[in-house]
Ligand binder design. Structure first.
Ligand code: PXG
Length: 302
């Protein structure tokens, strides 16, 4: 059976879901999105993703046109229509159809679509062996030009960075800000460990406030691991005891080499090995259930 997607109030087969070539999401990258994940029949951190989506919308002056509880139902129903328990969800809101000028006032109605599909999981070996990353020349967007806190459809900054990593044979790029402070990967946040302290760049350095990032900070604090949100440079990265990346798709991924420098012992570190299972445990219990009635019946009959 073909994938069912949500588009502007209707559920349709993916092949029939069409958006206009005059949609400003396509013409100008004028729109926002979320990448969300369902685990074991629950949508992990759904509320946090929806809050971030509505905050991005507010900053770009986009009237989504449906409220946050309706949007929650759109996500859950898209998953139900596809019978998914574990899946990736892409929720997109564009400025909608307008004319050939960039003025958003020419777009009367936002377009909303929600796609869900089976996950292309990262190989489990990556979590044991770690990955190699590279700092790139492409700097992260300036906060006062296009604030990276807006999860916008303008990903060219990140794509240019990823191309540099690809050319160098690295699995992911690390972008710095204009001052040379470490920001983030192209689709993930970055953490380092130094003398038992877990460090990640503060939001104001110019990064997306990742939901996995915030979850890892909370898990660490609950586990008694000291955390700091602090500016750091490439020097700190090279001399860290551990480095790992966080993101919805990646979860937590260990880094064993940065720009050819071996990190720690060249293997996933102690704190990484503590935090990954804590994160995976949380995915089993967090977030609204996709099929609440079925699960209740199972609980009753158990
Ligand atoms: N920074 C950036 C720039 C991101 O795009 C993250 C950090 C991590 O945020 P979350 O909330 O997921 O912990 C992201 C999100 C992909 C892909 O295909 C990655 C993201 C979004 C969409 C697609 O790799 N990363």
């Amino acid at each position: 059976m073909s994938l069912q997607v949500y588009l502007n109030g209707h559920f349709v087969p993916e092949q029939e879901a069409k958006v206009s070539i005059l949609d400003h999401g396509l013409l100008y990258g004028d729109g926002i999105f979320e990448g969300i994940r369902a685990y074991h029949g629950r949508v992990f951190k759904l509320n946090e993703h929806l809050i971030r989506l509505y905050e991005s919308a507010k900053t770009i002056g986009l009237n989504i046109g449906v409220d946050i509880s309706e949007m929650q139902e759109i996500v859950l129903e898209t998953l139900r229509r596809n019978n998914f328990q574990d899946a990736y969800v892409r929720l997109v809101v564009t400025r909608g159809k307008g004319d050939l000028g960039l003025d958003p006032n020419n777009c009367p109605k936002a377009a909303i679509f929600c796609i869900t599909d089976k996950l292309a999981l990262f190989p489990e070996s990556l979590y044991h062996n770690g990955m190699e990353i590279k700092t790139v020349a492409t700097r992260r967007n300036n906060v006062d030009s296009l604030n990276p806190r807006i999860k916008s459809l303008n990903y060219l900054n990140n794509i240019l960075a990823r191309m540099e990593a690809n050319l160098a044979g690295a699995a992911e790029a690390v972008m710095l800000n204009q001052e040379g402070y470490v920001c983030e990967g192209t689709g993930d946040n970055i953490f380092i460990v130094k003398r038992g302290v877990l460090l990640t760049p503060p939001i104001y350095v110019g990064i997306l406030e990742g939901i996995t990032r915030n979850t890892v900070l909370e898990l660490a604090e609950t586990a008694g691991i000291p955390t700091k949100q602090e500016l750091f440079t490439r020097h700190d990265l090279y001399n860290a005891d551990e480095v790992f990346l966080t993101g919805t798709a990646a979860e937590l991924i260990p880094v064993i080499k940065v720009d050819g420098r071996v990190i720690g012992k060249g293997a996933p570190g102690t704190l990484f090995n503590r935090l990954l299972p804590l994160f995976r445990d949380l995915t089993k219990v967090d977030g609204p259930q996709i099929y609440p009635q079925t699960q209740n019946l199972q609980e009753v009959s158990a």
